[in-house]
Structures are given as C-alpha cells and as structure tokens.
Design a protein around this ligand. Structure first.
Ligand SMILES: Cc1cc2nc3c(=O)[nH]c(=O)nc-3n(C[C@H](O)[C@H](O)[C@H](O)COP(=O)(O)O)c2cc1C
Length: 187
C-alpha cells in the first residue's frame, strides 16, 4: 500500500479546512487505499523561513522530522485554504524550507474556502510554486466550497455520497501518478 501524506496547511485559530484533511485521512484509511500520515502544520508551528534545511547548520528536531515525513511519502495531498486569492504563508514556509524532497513527488491539491468557489483561485499559484520546485502536480481538483458547512469538525461530509464520489475520482488520479512514479524506481 502506498504511503500518502496529507499536509493540512491552515494554522488559523478556528480553522475549517483541517476538516477536509480529516476527511481524506478517514476515506483513504477506511477504503484501504493507503497508509496515511497526516502532517499538521499547526502542530509544528515552524518559525518563519530563514534558510533551507540543507543550508541550516543545526536544523531543529521538528524540522528534521517534517523533512523525513515528506521524503518518505509516495504521494501527497495538500489541503489549503484561500487567503486573499493565494495560499497561506504557513504553506509557503513549509514548501521553501525543503528542496529535493519535493522532486518528482506526486502532489494533489485540495482547496477550501467559506465561499462558493471553494478556494479554486489558489490552484494556479500553488501549482506554479510546486512546478518550480520540480514536484509532480497531479491534474485533478478538489475544491471545497463553504467548508465550514460541508463537513463537521471531525471531517464527516454533510453530503457523504457526493463528496465521496468526487474524492474517488480525485484520489484515482493521485494514486495513478503514485503507481507510475513507483514503477520508475529501480528494483
Ligand atoms: C486572511 C484571509 C483571507 C481570505 N481570503 C479569501 C479569499 O480570497 N477568497 C475566499 O473565498 N475566502 C477567503 N477567506 C475566507 C476563507 O476561505 C475561510 O476563512 C476558510 O475557512 C479558510 O480556511 P481555514 O478556516 O482553514 O483557515 C479568507 C480568510 C482569511 C482569514
């Protein structure tokens, strides 16, 4: 089974997009699609970026742990809210601090907002940053409009059937890329 990391990127007090991360964790686990590692940036509370980990003389234990979790993931789902048309500083911080760990890593993006567009304006800027760092961005979308109403606090969707149908298609794209990447690895 592949190892899929879910990066929950909002560190806002009272955040709601974390519900989407909890949903994916539960869906992937209950459908036995992957081993799941939920990487919660709020729990890490990293300081603002001052240098890439590879140039830091003494990276913190938390940063080293985060690096190894990203490195060992076969694929990643990034759950991001939309803040003023972009993705949060917490996520940029967490992307820039690593480098080679992202390369050729299949990454699927799920966006969230409290409005009707589901954070879909974040996609282009985040996809561009991930492309620049040589990640393999998966061509699939999973916007979450009115995220505060669409899921309860533990990540259970209100319209379970519709959300799970969309999730199956989204995850199918990610898992296809994960399998393709695995086939390219030397035996
Ligand atoms: C600083 C800030 C900027 C926001 N900008 C947008 C925006 O551009 N578009 C939008 O649809 N929602 C915007 N929102 C509303 C968020 O989509 C909403 O608060 C959502 O719940 C954010 O995810 P979070 O709760 O996980 O932090 C903004 C919220 C904040 C705090």
């Amino acid at each position: 089974m592949p190892n899929i990391a879910i990066i929950s990127s909002s560190i806002r007090t009272g955040r709601n997009s974390h519900r989407v991360a909890l949903f994916f964790q539960s869906y992937l686990t209950s459908h036995q699609l992957a081993e799941v590692d939920l990487i919660d940036l709020d729990a890490y509370n990293f300081p603002l970026f001052d240098e890439r980990i590879l140039k830091q003389p003494e990276p913190s234990a938390a940063l080293l742990e985060y690096q190894s979790r990203v490195a060992k993931a076969d694929g990643i789902i990034i759950v991001t809210p939309e803040y003023n048309g972009g993705y949060p500083a917490s996520l940029k911080n967490a992307i820039d601090v690593l480098y080679k760990e992202w390369q050729r890593k299949p990454i699927a993006i799920s966006t969230a907002s409290d409005g009707i567009f589901g954070g879909s304006q974040v996609i282009t800027s985040l996809q561009f940053s991930l492309w620049k760092i040589k990640a393999w961005t998966v061509p699939a979308m999973f916007p979450n409009p009115k995220v505060q109403e669409a899921y309860d606090e533990s990540g259970v969707p209100k319209d379970k059937e519709a959300v799970e149908k969309r999730a199956a298609a989204f995850l199918d794209e990610l898992l296809w890329c994960v399998e393709a990447a695995a086939r390219m690895k030397p035996a």
